[in-house]
Write a protein of this length. Sequence first.
Lengths: 467, 467
Amino acid sequence: MFVAPNTDTIAALATAQGTAAIAVLRLSGPEAFSIAESMFRTRSGKPKLLHTKNSHTAHFGLLCEGEVILDEVLVAIFKGPNSYTGQDLVEISCHGSIFIQQQILQALYRHGARPAQAGEFTLRAFLNGKLDLSQAEAVADVIASTSAASHQVAMQHMRGGFSNKIAVLRENLLNFASLIELELDFSEEDVEFADRTELKKLLFTIQKIVQRLIDSFDVGNVIKNGIPVAIVGKPNAGKSTLLNALLEEERAIVSDIPGTTRDTIEEEITIDGILFRFIDTAGLRDTTDIIEAIGVSRTFDKIKEASIVIYLFDLVEMTPAELRANIATLRGLVTGAETQILLIGNKIDKEDLPQAQRDYAEFDLLFLSAKEKLFIDDLRQKLVSLFDSRTVNLTETIVTNARHVDALRHTNSAIQRTIDGIQQNIPGDLVAQDIRQALHYLGEITGQEITSDDLLANIFGKFCIGK
Amino acid sequence: MFVAPNTDTIAALATAQGTAAIAVLRLSGPEAFSIAESMFRTRSGKPKLLHTKNSHTAHFGLLCEGEVILDEVLVAIFKGPNSYTGQDLVEISCHGSIFIQQQILQALYRHGARPAQAGEFTLRAFLNGKLDLSQAEAVADVIASTSAASHQVAMQHMRGGFSNKIAVLRENLLNFASLIELELDFSEEDVEFADRTELKKLLFTIQKIVQRLIDSFDVGNVIKNGIPVAIVGKPNAGKSTLLNALLEEERAIVSDIPGTTRDTIEEEITIDGILFRFIDTAGLRDTTDIIEAIGVSRTFDKIKEASIVIYLFDLVEMTPAELRANIATLRGLVTGAETQILLIGNKIDKEDLPQAQRDYAEFDLLFLSAKEKLFIDDLRQKLVSLFDSRTVNLTETIVTNARHVDALRHTNSAIQRTIDGIQQNIPGDLVAQDIRQALHYLGEITGQEITSDDLLANIFGKFCIGK
């Protein structure tokens, strides 16, 4: 079973793998202090107590195993419940050699700690009531965030913004549920403690809020996973050159930040803190995926997935009449109501800009040269403005988690059933049952109604070790 | 100029680059607390003072820039001089997202911190008298250590074992230097405050100790950089197969330690905490560097560099008579007095072991099969025993640093001059001058006599950022 008992002591490296100035190891559980104490000594080698010290204090000394000094370390102690996990927690800062990290970790295991599983520290924080489930999930999102927008939303969730919203809805519903259930005890007297008009008003309000949260997932998903952008166009329109130009520009921007490598996420670009994800760019790169006519199924799939479709054409090759025809075809393919089309005339370096502007005056388009990197910045600004045009307010609560949106949809159905039931004057116990269902689904989000180990394993298994 | 003033405030990421549970950023200098305070708030967003708190305490809160919450963090404060650098020092533990680390670092720079140079935290520790120079150098060695032996020696240096030894020598010499210089003030009276017999006795003692330290560098260098091992033998003797077998065995041993990757140091193998470095193994791998007859210059170079020369031969192909001749040639090439030759008969899987033992009874050799991985462990044990046979005592002071051994050699020369001078009854002021030279070189090791920025830049420039 994944969900380990909260009663043993776990240890893990909490900082990134690799050689560095320092590394931090974490130890959490009832034996955290005694394990650390059994290895910790003063600078001159005398045993040193830790559990008698104040919480949130740091102590310099030696970490030893028998007569062997493993390292000079700084040990910080956090007494439960005032710690991240809610348990006694020890953080050991050691020299950042992989060898030392592993030596200490192995020694901690020998002294009674158990290797922590992925996310197990945060799981304990959840089990000990330090975080609710949606906050715990947001911790992983915060760590994984690669753009300002995704970071901001994840931070808000972690800090409980979303949880609070759910908690208020739940409390209001819970009050009504109690009143209706009270009626059941007096069913023979046919009293109504719960004002049906008030209840319906509340249910409509909740439904509106829940629907808005569900709707926010479109944006939330995009913030978290990037806005899907497809670049389509005829062969030799310059699609891969354009993508490279965008990537290079970003690379130049981030290159002064040490350690920021773009190698693994080549097809993602962050502009003004917003993540854009280019769909199926592998095809663009090997240039074999070149679509003679719009309508090829692969292009069709790309367009269906995209929030923004960039239609790139060669100003030298395509006449306004051809462009008009192609746009008509493209519009036919774009089925998503939200999908935006961005027309780009490429190879402006080979044309006269004022002349081109006159020739293509009927279209709303951007001119640029991917090859000569002319007006690439205009494209960047345009992409950001297309996102902004959705009037996203990042301080509003935005759902980013598929599990949450699923629970919200179930909540919505249960509330709809409640409303229908009240309007059809169905018996109170059936109404109460529907409300309980809505409460259950809301509680799933924050973990108040979670008992499944599988679900917890699924959520926390995606964390990194040491968190 | 590299050596930056000790008066501004520096910031850097102290943990390894990458995504992890947490990351630690360091801030050291007179503004460390005020910069942290200008960004730190309580959980509910109120400003929170740090400089009024006790040293060595940790505080949970928000790190903000204006209205933007950068992260929830744990801030630990260390008040100078009781900190690593001897200055006010702040350690910020944030969520281990590269994005957040960089956001915070950039914000710290905007608030007045300067990016720390490599080794600058330790440089400040040295400049502020928290560590002497040889201890500071040992910090880098501790971080770079990849074997138990190198780690143990580096730890001993960092903890001042070596520094203390030098300090005692220096103090004794200094006493005599003072007495001799006192004589100079009374030169007309022809007194001798410094007993020449005692002085000579001391000088001989020092010389003996210094020489032993110099000699220890042979071992020290080997511990730090690995024992150089050459594998030589005829084509198809199985040299690259043997190397692979050793590497694979180690890989299997370390594979249960997460994050330990051997990809970058393929030609180094740690056995029982001792590092063995295989010389010019690239040649073995591409199998083009195959030596028909021992005596090819490249093989000759390998043998000269090696502490251990493994001569590998094919039991099926080579008769005892041929082996005898080849060993004679090999012994002629091994010029180093310390170099040890290890004879290995390969492909024992194709022979009958008792028969082979009889056939080759005159030789001290190991039988194994590199291909079938038979008796590889015997080879591992043999390699370790060859190192142990040097009767290395790791608790003795061992010099591992080329700069130190250089200073010790200069010390030795100056002491020899002093002894010669005394024996030749040269004037006291000339004796004093030689002693001063010896003192100078000893002081160079611990940094008491260091004033050159270039030297400091050279030493600390090899550190990692954040240390």
